[in-house]
Ligand binder design. Structure first.
Ligand code: FMN
Length: 411
């Protein structure tokens, strides 16, 4: 194997026998196309859904299920030892039980015992199987030992059933894998494990009539990056999302809202149980004073009525002042166009939050872009500049600053 080959991160993709096994093909594709060396380890049950030929052809590696194949290579030890990441998607109820109890009766379960790298499980099963106390205890055991178990999504299951238990979108499982790999040795820390964080994202729309609204240019990308990075650090995440086209991040409870008042209600409700609240949404300060139930018509020879505005609730100030739990950490965002730092300091003092992420609105920054650049101001007077880069990098720095401040939060 040449050096270039060795430099590719090695990922083991474990596939267990659930109906969602076919979705693991897309995850595999994304992993290989982004330069990872992937070894697929399916269970015997998984091969009922997708055959060995598909896994080996797509990965370019053998895809055996048993410890008795290629014994001279000692695969039951080597595959796990050499991995930089193990991701099991879908993880069946049976696989979670075996992993929690340390069984080792096939190649995948052996690999899970020999791996010393981060391990991600993406469970998928019927709601009853997921909610069963046996499964929940197995999940708790795996999390306690440092595995990242992604909450299943809510939606269509096998056949006509719907409920919690659906495999999240493979592109979003891929995003979690990338975040975990990007954290390198720190991935094992899971410093948000056992914490509940609430994040708001996107922009609000304040209706004027059934077809028009007062909106803003927020894309939601920064809030979604915060949600993805929090999942990869082990948090339970509630995302209150306004008007964005972005797909639901894996493992996140997404609450969709439209207006500032709906966002206010959803954030205050979710914050009651949260350890941290991060307000990345662009919330309209004002809304039209009146809503016209029919479309406002153009009248020949007549100027339109001026639009009167009223103030919306100041959610950041309210959440900061009321702190639903002792020690709850509150983070705000401020998009400024001029006097950025001075305006940011004044806003931090006015709102009473712990941290304020101040970013300058400009071309290729803040709104719509995948990159951002900011200074994070803290109530204790410290300032953390975050250089221009992916919104995920800024999100990681926000969590780096939130984690030590959570120390005093009552659990
Ligand atoms: C059609 C069909 C679909 C199944 N889907 C799931 C599923 O989505 N999740 C699950 O936990 N088990 C599912 N099962 C049950 C598992 O295949 C069964 O528990 C098996 O023993 C799992 O083996 P493994 O964990 O070694 O892959 C399904 C079974 C069948 C026949």
């Amino acid at each position: 194997m040449d050096k270039r080959e060795r430099e590719r991160p090695r990922v083991v993709l474990g596939v267990s026998g659930g109906i969602a096994a076919y979705k693991a093909c897309e995850l595999l594709r994304r992993l290989t196309e982004s330069g990872h060396d992937v070894r697929v380890v399916p269970t015997a049950s998984a091969l009922h859904f997708v055959g060995e030929a598909t896994w080996s052809a797509l990965s370019g590696n053998p895809a055996g299920t048993e410890v008795w194949e290629s014994v001279h290579e000692v695969p039951h030890v080597r595959i796990g030892q050499g991995a930089d990441l193990v991701v099991v998607a879908p993880a069946t109820a049976d696989m979670l039980a075996k992993a929690a109890h340390g069984l080792a009766d096939d190649l995948l379960t052996n690999t899970l015992l020999t791996a010393r790298c981060p391990v991600v499980f993406a469970p998928a099963m019927h709601t009853e199987m997921w909610e069963h106390p046996a499964t929940q205890e197995n999940v708790a055991t795996l999390r306690r030992r440092g595995a990242l178990v992604i909450e299943p999504a809510v939606g269509r299951l096998t056949g006509v059933d719907t409920g919690k238990g659906r495999l999240p979108d493979p592109a979003e499982i891929f995003a979690v894998c990338r975040r975990v790999l990007a954290r390198g040795p720190r991935a094992a820390e899971q410093d948000l494990a056992g914490r509940h964080v609430v994040i708001s994202a996107g922009g609000t729309r304040e209706p004027l009539d059934p077809v028009r609204y007062l909106g803003n240019r927020s894309s939601g990308k920064q809030g979604y990056a915060l949600a993805r990075t929090a999942v990869a650090r082990g948090a339970r995440v509630t995302l209150v999302a306004g008007n964005t086209e972005l797909p639901d991040p894996a493992g996140v409870d997404v609450i969709r809202i439209g207006t500032a008042r709906q966002l206010h209600e959803a954030v205050v409700k979710a914050a009651a149980e949260a350890d941290a609240v991060v307000m990345a949404a662009a919330v309209a300060d004002f809304r039209p004073a009146a809503y016209t139930t029919g479309k406002i018509k153009k009248v020949e020879g007549q100027e339109p009525e001026p639009v009167a505005l009223v103030r919306n609730p100041d959610i950041l100030a309210e959440v900061s002042a009321e702190r639903a739990r002792r020690g709850q950490v509150v983070v705000g965002f401020a998009a400024e166009t001029d006097d950025v730092l001075a305006n940011g300091r004044a806003k931090l003092a006015r709102k009473g939050c712990d941290l304020l992420v101040v970013n300058e609105v400009g071309e290729h920054k803040a709104f719509g872009s995948a990159e951002n650049e900011a200074v994070i101001l803290a109530a204790d007077g410290s300032e953390t500049p975050v250089p221009y880069g992916p919104k995920e990098d800024l999100a990681e720095t926000v969590w780096d600053l939130v984690v030590p401040r959570l120390a005093d939060t009552e659990r």
